[in-house]
Design a protein around this ligand. Structure first.
Ligand code: VTB
Length: 353
């Protein structure tokens, strides 16, 4: 054992595989409910499992992005303390970690057995992840070769040309992922007018954003408005993958119709100010969303997806595929785990992934 002081040891050293266990376990629970049409239940089992495994980790964890505020979420609520170090008498003995969780990203995808549901989390040293409120966020996500070439405020056409030029291809050869929502009508029109291809997805812009930063995924950018918390977790992934996210918080769509619109807007601005966000309308870049120096990102496929396979059950065990990465070593690990359960006669099959 090294004598290195735990404060100097990389977080990855201590926690990477623990977080892998967390997302694997949550994904397995959720995957058991695939296609049941019960999205809340799918989410609940993932949350409960994630909470349980998280508590076995040698850390003093704080949930900074989770299932909601304390009064609306029984578990993994914002501010909840998790891990061995969060138990009475253990304070100060383990690394302090801020954690953003999305135990089941794409609850509908899981409930219908559709592609790209994942169990996911990001962790960092204290203050390493923006405490984003659960409101909409406009996002533009691109991979390493396009980093620095796009601007969320520029016309869609200009961004598409910039992406195409960096990727040394025609705009017609790009695939842009957009969530299929009425709020994206104009965006979709603009992308079509520019000539790029579009993949409309029903849910899950976090995993789509990650795909945009992985060469060979067939996805070249994510554009559009999705959840703010998912944007922060995407930013954590971008730091590990060298990709880029630009984002701007949006007031809820319903605001247009709400009578007390000004009041709601004020409340949101207030909540954001408390989270340290002084100008809610400005553009946030990757580093502002995830300023951490020691970021860990972990995700496991629940259903099959663009870059991760879903959980496979085979009688004597199950098999998961995960993406685990960290800014400290810049190792991006695709982890294929066989969870052997069938006793001494079970066998592990070799699978090319
Ligand atoms: C967004 C998106 C997520 O849910 O939060 C979306 O970021 C909810 O958006 O990836 P709507 O209110 O428009 O439905 C997800 O798609 C996860 O399910």
């Amino acid at each position: 054992m090294s004598e290195q002081n735990s404060a100097e040891r990389p977080l990855e050293h201590d926690l990477l595989f623990d977080f892998l266990r967390v997302v694997e376990a949550a994904a397995v629970e959720a995957a058991r409910t695939m296609g049941q049409g019960e999205r809340k239940y799918s989410d609940q089992v993932a949350v409960e499992k994630m909470r349980e495994v998280m508590d076995s980790i040698p850390m003093e964890g704080t949930i900074v992005i989770g299932e909601g505020e304390r009064d609306e979420a029984p578990m993994l609520y914002i501010g909840e303390r998790v891990g061995i170090g969060a138990k009475n008498g253990n304070e100060g003995r383990y690394p302090a970690v801020d954690i953003a969780v999305d135990p089941l990203e794409g609850t509908n995808l899981c409930a219908t057995g559709a592609d790209n549901a994942i169990a996911v989390l990001a962790a960092a040293e204290k203050g390493g992840l923006l405490h984003a409120p659960d409101i909409y966020m406009k996002k533009l996500v691109v991979g390493p070769s396009v980093k620095g070439a796009v601007d969320i405020d520029a016309p869609v056409k200009d961004n598409l040309h910039a992406i195409a030029s960096r990727l040394k291809r025609k705009v017609e050869d790009l695939t842009i992922v957009v969530m299929d929502r009425p709020r994206h009508r104009q965006l979709v029109r603009d992308i079509r007018d520019a000539g790029a291809r579009i993949r409309l997805i029903s849910d899950g812009d976090l995993s789509a954003g990650i795909s945009a930063a992985v060469a060979g995924s067939g996805v070249h950018a994510l554009m559009g408005i999705g959840g703010g918390p998912e944007g922060v977790i995407t930013a954590a992934a971008m730091k590990c993958l060298n990709g880029e996210i630009q984002a701007r918080f949006m007031m809820p769509e319903q605001l247009e119709q709400a009578e007390d619109r000004a009041k709601i807007a004020e409340d949101i601005a207030d909540r954001m100010a408390k989270m340290g966000i002084k100008d809610p309308s400005r553009v946030f870049d990757t580093n502002e969303l995830a300023p951490g120096k020691k970021i860990i990102f972990a995700a496991t496929g629940v259903t099959d997806g663009t870059i991760l396979r879903g959980v496979r059950f085979f009688g004597t065990g199950k098999r998961t595929q995960s993406l685990v990465m960290t800014t400290e070593t810049m190792h991006v690990r695709f982890v294929d785990t066989v969870h052997v359960e069938g006793g001494p006669d079970s066998f592990v099959r070799f699978d090319r992934i």
